[in-house]
Design a protein around this ligand. Structure first.
Ligand code: ATP
Ligand code: MG
Length: 267
């Protein structure tokens, strides 16, 4: 299944031909929630070893349209992870001081330290998607950022930070339902912004911008996965599975410990 979700380097995500309602062969919610719980435990254990090893780090980048469930995925990934070695970092529209620097400045500063598992809720991909659609910078500027992003993520990989990127693929109709629910439910209304409707009206532009950004930046060092996001239980399971598999491949090890400690008895 993971192979199917991966955007092979050199190819594009072909979002239009992917089913956002795909259940990935799962029987239903019960099966999914059992498997999710087991995977979350595994992610917690592997991150514990990553933290103990203190050599490498993992950065999970989440992108997706409004209401695609980025918060839900961040929570699902970090559910069983020790708070000491993990963070979830949201990226909002840049502040004045942030705009006074290059677009990767604030992003680089938030990357994980050795041993950490960090989830980016939005990221530098806003600088080639939102910036492009909203016309905040000229094309010559955002277009050359694809190369900057590939180099930046390569730098992170070379220096010990594995990067894995998840695009939460939501259908336009499911977004309508989710946004309506935000409006109708007093407990969710605070999440709704008027701007969400303007963003929704430009759905096709965002989709085209994502299509190109993902095609330009899915690399061996920092691959993109497309996660079907119309059903929260499929979305969370698939996302946590990608993270678990990435950690398995890293195979973090407990450090050997000082030889002098061998056989020492605490009185
Ligand atoms: P939710 O999905 O729950 O609504 P959110 O991530 O949309 O959460 P908001 O505060 O609603 O949080 O929106 C953040 C906004 O900041 C988005 O519209 C996003 O496009 C914008 N943004 C983030 N980074 C940048 C950037 N570098 N340049 C321009 N806009 C950005
Ligand atoms: Mg929002």
């Amino acid at each position: 299944v993971l192979k199917r979700l991966l955007v092979a380097p050199g190819s594009g995500p072909q979002l239009a031909s992917r089913d956002a309602r795909d259940a990935l062969g799962l029987e239903g919610k019960t099966e999914a929630s059992e498997r999710l719980a087991a995977l979350q435990t595994e992610v917690g254990e592997l991150q514990g070893r990553l933290w103990a090893e203190h050599e490498r780090a993992l950065l999970v980048v989440l992108q997706g349209m409004d209401a695609s469930g980025k918060d839900g995925v961040a929570n699902a990934v970090l559910r069983e992870v020790n708070a000491a070695g993990s963070r979830s970092v949201p990226f909002k529209a840049p502040t004045e001081p942030e705009l006074d620097h290059d677009f990767l400045w604030r992003v680089h500063a938030a990357t994980p330290g050795r041993g950490e598992l960090v989830v980016f809720n939005r990221s530098h991909y806003e600088d080639v998607v939102a910036v492009r659609v909203l016309g905040l910078r000229p094309e010559a500027v955002w277009r050359r950022r694809f190369g900057h992003i590939r180099d930046f993520e390569r730098l992170l990989a070379d220096e010990g930070t594995q990067v894995v990127k998840l695009f939460l693929h939501l259908s336009r109709d499911e977004q309508r339902k989710e946004l309506q629910e935000r409006l109708d439910d007093p407990a969710k209304r605070w999440k709704f912004r008027r701007g969400d409707l303007e963003t929704r009206a430009r759905w096709d532009d965002y989709a085209a911008a994502y299509e190109e950004a993902i095609a330009e930046t899915s690399t061996e060092a920092a691959p993109w996965y497309v996660i079907p996001a119309d059903r929260a239980w499929v979305r969370n399971l698939a996302a946590v599975e990608v993270v678990a598999e990435t950690l398995r491949r890293l195979d973090p090890r407990y450090p050997p410990g000082e030889p002098e400690l061998e056989g020492l008895v605490v009185e």
